[in-house]
Design a protein around this ligand. Structure first.
Ligand code: 5GP
Ligand code: MN
Ligand code: MN
Length: 317
């Protein structure tokens, strides 16, 4: 059932035990939204628990109370809750094992066009740059103030999902919210430096990956591959796709990541074609200009299938 922000707030207010989760392979929006809402609820005297079926990447371990994010212990562990709040995830598969081990009504707050309306209650604003923006909307709708810990997390959520105010989703509203959050003692340099700090192994991995760069489809598509060697050096590969994306004339950038044998994670970025459609056609999802999916095939097969789909996407334009 579709709900308004006021209805979402009422659901949260009337729940005693609240569980908050987000998507696997968490990014800044996912973690910042989870922790931002968590701090806000705690400040309001609510009991909330953070559950995520993945590790918190090292670059986000500056977020206050990130260690409160727990992984579901094992398959048989069951959590009963008054409300499971699913943030920044557009389908049930995206929350991994949390979907199977939690019982209770589900409220989904999200901003993906590919949202499948899987939850009992859903609020999806595809105009929002980040789920963090929706959390700020929610707090405003409730007429409540934002505390400094919450502000740091929500600033991180919003800033990361709009590429630190550079992508097309950077609206005047985004900049106003960022300004309001900075009023709460957020230090923007702390956020960007923490996320951007790299290790020598990170750079060695990047060197290996950039060596795989290739242009396809007359320079309209660019592709990089993260093989198991590059992945053994680091898991912080999120920013790599910015390199193929930045090449003049490239409309669609692809990163293929061999996460295990016959399992390839695909990241897509676009300046023209709708890559959320391409990702959806492989069971994934995302936004028009940033999307992803997973293919259970070899790297070579994944590459040819994705390139075929991109060729079709580009031809449609
Ligand atoms: P990334 O390439 O950074 O992993 O993801 C880009 C965007 O697509 C993000 O908004 C992310 O939430 C979404 N996305 C990535 N992979 C998947 C997927 O497998 N399923 C769905 N539904 N969305 C995805
Ligand atoms: Mn996300
Ligand atoms: Mn997001």
């Amino acid at each position: 059932m579709k709900v308004s922000l006021d209805q979402a707030h009422n659901l949260i207010r009337s729940a005693d035990q609240i569980l908050i989760t987000g998507h696997i392979h968490p990014d800044g929006d996912c973690l910042g939204s989870m922790l931002g809402l968590y701090h806000h609820l705690k400040a309001a005297g609510k009991k909330a628990t953070l559950l995520l079926d993945d590790d918190v990447p090292s670059g986000f371990r500056f977020l206050p109370n990130w260690t409160d994010i727990k992984k579901p212990a094992h398959q048989n562990e069951q959590y009963i809750t008054d409300l499971l709040i699913v943030l920044d995830a557009s389908d049930k598969e995206r929350i991994g094992r949390v979907g199977a081990c939690v019982s209770g009504p589900v409220l989904n707050l999200d901003h993906h066009v590919s949202n499948t309306q899987f939850a009992d209650y859903w609020y999806v604003d595809t105009k929002a740059a980040a789920t963090g923006e929706i959390i700020v909307d929610l707090i405003h709708a409730a007429g409540e103030p934002i505390d400094p810990d919450s502000a740091l997390c929500l600033y991180t959520a919003i800033a990361t999902d709009c590429g630190f105010f550079r992508y097309a989703n950077t609206t005047p509203k985004v900049l106003r919210y960022a300004a309001d959050l900075l009023e709460q003692k957020v230090k923007p340099e702390l956020v960007s430096e923490s996320i951007e700090t790299s290790t020598l192994a990170d750079i060695q991995s990047l060197i290996a990956v950039l060596g795989t760069l290739e242009l396809q489809q007359e320079g309209r598509a660019a592709l990089i591959t993260v093989d198991s060697h590059a992945l053994s050096l680091t898991e912080n590969t999120e920013s790599y796709i910015n390199y193929p994306r930045s090449i003049a004339g490239v409309e669609v950038a692809v990163m293929l990541k061999e996460v295990e044998a016959d399992c390839v994670r695909v990241s897509l970025r676009s300046k023209t074609a709708d890559v959320s459609k391409i990702a959806l056609s492989f069971g994934g999802g995302g936004h028009m200009r940033a999307a992803g999916c997973t293919l259970n095939t070899t790297l070579d097969q994944a590459k040819s299938r994705i390139l075929e789909a991109i060729a079709r996407g580009l031809a449609e334009r």
